[in-house]
Design a protein around this ligand. Structure first.
Ligand code: ADP
Ligand code: C5P
Ligand code: MG
Length: 289
């Protein structure tokens, strides 16, 4: 912990290695939790007023942080930051076998989910979509992150990485225990802090499959998908914000992995099966399948 204001403590984010049923705690999210000074969690009646005021301040600050997240990203990655401390889960004493992780990236509507489904069918990958995991968490009754996730998704912003990484870790551990070792991690990492944190605390990515797609094509696909998807972000206003986030925040991640020669680029603007043939041949070339 470190002090922000007298009497108010800001709980540093801690990403610990997880137990399989670990429940995410708001206390580990930077913009999510404040406690009073000495004694911290005091919930007695005579503390009601100060706690209420602190609650209001915390909510205000959360929204302030959210809104400020709309600024262009500054890729200032501090490798000593507590958010990326830790050591990879896989392999480890508890999870002795390494896992194979392919990150699947591309703009919204580029076809990531569509192609992953085909790979699952033919090659028995486990498909984990970060967006799907967030939507599931959002609609889990009683989730303390429901409103926060809802806001970030509608605004096309990147949800604080602690949440997304914890959800991915939980899902990967669950699959590992079932004997699965091959993962397509779809729509992740979307921001540099996610990339560094995941590779440091979970596993490195063997390859990045990147779907190149013109914005007009993605726009038409998303508007079309929006007719039936029921997604709160498949509408013109949210789509525009998602495109901006993709260019400003997610493209640096693709470039980061490209510098490591880990990216295979596939043109998404072809019929689904043609795109898939390119994906399969690239995976074969790289010994992924
Ligand atoms: P993403 O997961 O990247 O957001 P999806 O896989 O959900 O994208 O695809 C977005 C929409 O575009 C869906 O309605 C899907 O059916 C459609 N789609 C995906 N790939 C193609 C393609 N190659 N050609 C035409 N439509 C596609
Ligand atoms: O990938 P998908 O389009 O399903 O993602 C929907 C939204 O989920 C994103 O626009 C973003 O708000 C959130 N998300 C995130 N971090 C990720 C993946 C998705 O914040 N790695
Ligand atoms: Mg998708």
């Amino acid at each position: 912990m470190f002090a922000t204001k007298p009497g108010v403590r800001f709980v540093r984010p801690v990403v610990k290695s997880i137990g399989r049923n670990q429940i995410l705690s708001c206390r580990s999210i930077p913009s999510c939790h404040y406690s009073t000074g000495a004694g911290g969690q005091g919930g007695k009646a005579n503390h009601f007023l100060p706690l209420t005021l602190l609650g209001v301040a915390a909510v205000g600050l959360t929204y302030y942080n959210m809104n400020n997240n709309t600024k262009p990203p500054t890729p200032s990655i501090d490798p000593t930051s507590s958010t990326i401390q830790g050591s990879p889960l896989f392999p480890s004493e508890k999870y002795p076998e390494a896992i194979n992780v392919v990150f699947v990236l591309g703009g919204p509507g580029s076809g990531k989910g569509t192609q992953c489904s085909k790979l699952v069918k033919d090659y028995k990958f486990v498909h984990l979509s970060a967006g799907d995991l967030l939507r599931k968490e959002k609609s889990t009754p009683g989730s303390e992150f429901g409103d926060l996730i809802d806001h970030y998704i509608k605004e096309g912003l990147i949800v604080p990485q602690e949440i997304t990484i914890q959800l991915l870790k939980n899902a990967i551990v669950e699959q590992y225990d079932k004997g699965n070792r091959k993962f397509l991690v779809d729509g992740f990492p979307r921001k540099m802090d996610q990339a560094l944190s995941f590779e440091k605390t979970v596993s490195e990515g063997k390859l990045v499959l990147y779907f190149q797609c013109p914005e007009e094509v993605m726009l038409q696909r998303l508007l079309n998908r929006g007719k039936t998807s029921g997604r709160s972000d498949d509408n013109l206003e949210s789509i525009k914000k998602r495109f901006t986030t993709f260019i400003q925040t997610s493209m640096p991640v693709v470039e980061y992995f490209d510098d490591q020669h880990k990216v295979v680029k596939v043109d998404c603007n072809e019929p689904v099966d043609d795109v898939y043939n390119h994906v399969v041949s690239q995976f074969k070339e790289k010994n992924i399948i």
